[in-house]
Every structure is written in C-alpha cells, then in structure tokens.
Design a protein around this ligand. Sequence first.
Ligand SMILES: [Zn+2]
Ligand SMILES: [Zn+2]
Length: 249
Amino acid sequence: MASLGTIRSNRLRGCPLLSDKELLRKGRGSFDYRVDNSVGLAVIKWADTKCVTLASSYISHSPVFEVSPFSKERKKKVNVQCPQIVKQYNIHMGGVDLSDMLVSLYKTPFKSKRWYLAMFSQMIAIAVNSAWLLYRRDLASQGKKYNKLKDFRINIAKSLIQSRNVHRKRTSAAANLLPQNKIKVPVAPRPTEDVRFDIVGHFAVFTEKGRCRLCTNGQTTILCQKCNLRLCIVSGANQRNCFTSYHSK
Ligand SMILES: [Zn+2]
Ligand SMILES: [Zn+2]
C-alpha cells in the first residue's frame, strides 16, 4: 500500500539520521535520509524552521525542489531545498483531516467491546465518503446537480435493503406471489436509481391489473418483482415495452 506520513523520532527504531541540532546547523532546507529497498521504506528528516521526519513506502527525497518561503529572521523570501517527499506530503496532508471530518458528520452509532469492530465500521465510513467524493467530482465536472452526503448515504442504505429482498424472493418465488397480490397501496415507493438500473433480479411476475407506472395510461398485470411496480408490455399496432424502458438509462 502506498503510504506517506510524518513519524515521531522515538518510533524510528534506531534508524541512524542526523540529529535535529546537526541538521538545523546545516541550515534550513537541509535533509538526511535512509532508504531500505528490501522492505520498501524511505525515512527522511528535513529541516524547516524545525525538523520534521517523514516516512513513505513509495516516495523518497528525489527530486529535490526549490521553494521560497518567507523568512521571519531575514524579513524576505529565501530559497530552500524541498525534497519530493515533503512536497507530496503538503499536497495530500489535508486528506486525512477531510476524511475525519466527513466520518464525524454522520457517524454510525456503533459501540462494541470488540475493539476491532470499530476499525471495520471506520473503514466502511471511509469507503462511503470516498465514493461520495468521486460521485460529487464526476457530477460537478459535468455541471450536474448531485446529492448531499446525507441523501447519498440514505440511498446506499435503501439499495442494500432492497437487494436483500431479492435474495429472499428467489428462494421461494411461489410463496412470494401471494403477499404481493395483496398489495393495494395506491402509490408504491419508487426504487432508488441504483436499484432501478442495476440489471439484477428484475423479474416480471403477474399481479392484479393496474396502471403502468411509466406510461400511466396502460393497464397491465405485469409487475417488476424487485422494484415492486407495474410496467406494461404491449404488442400490436401501438406496441411498447415499458418494462425495458423503465430499467434502461
Ligand atoms: Zn406502460
Ligand atoms: Zn425493476
């Protein structure tokens, strides 16, 4: 796994780097590093106004850039050497803070004596948030509207609940026809977009005659088992297939 972060000097397990004092004496921008290619790890200590130690599994000091931060002592911009690892760290370091912030927004109430379950819950939360960030980026880049994180999470929950229903129905298809025939709710809840277009388990079954959900003027006895709504299929002169149309983008 590619990783990069700061490391405390007492966690270096004796990795021989120059001391903070020695490095600061050499001047701002100087650095010392050790690379272990057998385990794929680079450790770099870099002197800014203070010393900072970074470790990475995919990046080292090279190439070295030149940055020009403002020097308080000299009251002007100075040129300072900046190893690649420091540059990358500055680009990405906001990521962890952002991730923590998003997780805390809608934290799943989850307490357990088994400590590792909290890690599991955290990983799911991070995966969901990352998915939302990608989804938002894609839609925003096309100038489209996107769901808020809260609605995005609700949609995932609804999709997962509905996908489990399909498994149950498959095991005893005949028994499930009975309760479905009893459904006389005038407006059935619509499936989420994820479920509607997932092309999984949308079986046509017969039900009581009723209005087609898509064209709304046709009467039909065909029901999508998963979406739980009527969709007509009509042959002849005015032929149409609302069942297929409804499930395709
Ligand atoms: Zn129709
Ligand atoms: Zn369906």
